[in-house]
Design a protein around this ligand. Structure first.
Ligand code: SF4
Length: 407
């Protein structure tokens, strides 16, 4: 195995039990943007101890391969669909966030789970894996802007508003997988469920059916909540309200809260939120006969104009099953769209928008961070471990188990 003599031992970050994530130190925004220090209001940490190999090191691929070989079954590398190609090449399994967490849980022999994804995914993996396993996020700056749009304090305030309006007792929290462990724990404490973009419909049907809810508090992605409720359950626009955590009482009156069936949190994905109705119209003009395939995190105007709508796993399967010569414009993260285009050279596959846009936090996981994390493990050092506070984990697990039990 080749090792880098410039690597220094990096301390394992201390865990902050109150936050249920790696301990953080307040820092100015400028430092946050530079990827140093930490943001206590974020669902992620940002500190990166130790020295990284230079990005220009031509031996990075060989070093990652050597470290992976040396670790063998002791380390299991997970790669989210939105990761860079050079990182995905080292993944033992690829998938969406929930599939990856399940895969981690199915590998009890792996002492280290190296999660090439973002912070909330690593938290879920820590919740679902055994106490003897360590979950590692190669760059702690890999957060998620959507997950950051719902903090535990804001959501507790929203619940107080629902209590004041007299509607909390028959409101069921349904939280998207793309949320912090603290939000998942809130959901579990109030007997709600987690959902993914694949099972959001079943989660809402359960909330209004078996669970007996009169309304749902949907966190944190307003678009997935709206697209599922209106597009799949036939809920009317008038039955949906948006709770804005930056406004007193969410910007809603008690009467609006009482009348609503869907209380949508004002959160969104900054990547999928870029697509517009104009993007769809423009690509249809440019590529006659193109099939527009959109992720349900896109705005309603995009989803209603698209031909097909579904999760990343659905998008991958639709493209794979299509005959040669098919043309797709895909509204999801660019790394995945580019990989699909490479994988299917007999099909025309383009990004839905003319302006290219990667998920910047997903892209934080790069070869220097991956090599650093793997070589540290080879030396017996764990860096960037993600741990969730046991109390938070207990209730988050309850909400995750409810999702697994959905009919
Ligand atoms: S693509 Fe959107 S939802 Fe996914 S990690 Fe990036 S910001 Fe979060």
């Amino acid at each position: 195995m080749t090792t880098n003599p410039t690597l220094r031992r990096g301390p394992i970050p201390a865990r902050d039990p109150a936050l249920g994530r790696v301990g953080v130190t307040p820092s100015p925004l400028a430092l946050l943007l530079l990827g140093r220090q930490a943001d206590p209001a974020s669902e992620r940490g940002v500190d990166c101890p130790g020295e990284l190999p230079p990005a220009a090191d031509p031996a990075l691929t060989a070093r990652a391969a050597a470290a992976k070989r040396a670790l063998g079954d002791r380390a299991f590398i997970l790669g989210h669909h939105y990761q860079r190609d050079e990182v995905i090449a080292f993944a033992d399994v690829t998938g969406d966030s929930f599939k990856l967490a399940q895969q981690a849980a199915a590998r009890p022999q792996a002492e280290a789970i190296v999660f090439c994804g973002v912070h909330f995914m690593a938290e879920s993996a820590d919740i679902l894996t055994g106490a003897h396993q360590q979950v590692i996020l190669p760059d702690l700056a890999a957060g998620c802007s959507m997950a950051d749009m719902a903090t535990a304090e804001q959501v507790e305030q929203a619940w107080d508003d629902l209590l004041d309006a007299g509607v909390a007792a028959d409101t069921v929290p349904v939280s998207y997988m793309n949320s912090s462990a603290a939000i998942k724990a809130f959901t579990g404490r109030h007997d709600g469920t987690i959902c993914t973009s694949s099972n959001a419909r079943r989660a809402l049907e359960w909330a209004f059916g078996e669970r007996g809810g009169a309304r749902v508090l949907f966190l944190p992605d307003q678009h997935l909540g709206r697209n599922t409720a209106i597009g799949e359950l036939g809920t009317s626009e008038q039955d949906c309200v948006v709770y804005d955590p930056r406004k007193p009482s969410g910007g809603l009156t008690r009467r609006q809260l009482r009348a609503a069936k869907m209380i949508l949190w004002r959160g969104h994905c900054s990547v999928h939120g870029r697509f517009t109705r104009d993007s769809v119209d423009e690509v249809r003009r440019r590529i006659p006969g193109v099939t527009v395939l959109a992720h349900p995190e896109c705005r309603r105007e995009v989803v209603t104009a698209a031909d097909l709508v579904g999760s990343t796993e659905y998008i991958i399967s639709v493209v794979a099953a299509a005959p040669a010569g098919s043309a797709f414009a895909i509204g999801t993260e660019l790394n995945l769209v580019q990989r699909l285009a490479t994988r299917h050279p007999d099909k025309t596959i383009v990004f839905l928008d003319r302006t290219v846009c990667f998920c910047s936090t997903m892209n934080r996981i790069d070869m220097p961070h991956l090599v650093w994390a793997l070589e540290s493990l080879v030396r017996g050092e764990t860096v960037n471990r993600i741990t969730v506070d046991p109390d938070v984990a207990t209730y988050a697990r309850k909400a995750l188990d409810q999702m697994l039990a959905l009919p």
